[in-house]
Design a protein. Structure first.
Length: 156
């Protein structure tokens, strides 16, 4: 399972907008950050980049139930924070991969498919959420090696 989240507490997300370099919204690609938590626990919040609150809750639930399978989906809370969040761990991964200026929320191409970077995972790859109208991976989140990812300047 890929881990495309930040384990930091909710902080102010970066102030990037669709007008910022490398950031844009194409069909089915608008992404926000959501602070997710479990009711009745002191686990703190985890930031999830997703299109909707429901998708953020689903991703968080998948992460939580790996270790605690009895946590019901109805115990998950999510609140919208704003623009896609880029964690310090993501920046470290991007630097390690030789792409120090890449951030979450940037539009990318993987082959002919277009999407948005929403995070990273333990294999030091990027997690890409593909556009709903992407010809091959519509709506999927895939673990993509940075060598196969190019910034999509055409669609920003």
């Amino acid at each position: 399972m890929s881990n495309h989240t930040s384990n930091t507490s909710a902080t102010t997300p970066d102030s990037r907008t669709p007008d910022s370099p490398g950031v844009g919204w194409a069909s089915g690609s608008r992404v926000f950050s959501f602070a997710c938590s479990v009711v009745g626990t002191d686990w703190g919040e985890q930031i999830i980049n997703a299109r909707t609150r429901g998708r953020a809750k689903r991703e968080y639930h998948l992460n939580v139930t790996d270790a605690w399978p009895d946590v019901p989906f109805t115990a998950i809370r999510a609140r919208k924070v704003g623009a896609p969040h880029t964690s310090a761990d993501f920046i470290r991964t991007a630097q390690y991969r030789g792409l120090p200026n890449v951030r979450c929320g940037q539009r990318v191409k993987v082959g002919e498919a277009r999407g948005v970077i929403i995070g990273h995972n333990s294999s030091a790859n990027f997690d890409v959420l593909f556009d709903d109208d992407s010809p091959r991976y519509a709506g999927e989140i895939l673990n993509c090696h940075p060598n196969g990812v190019t910034l999509d300047h055409e669609n920003t």
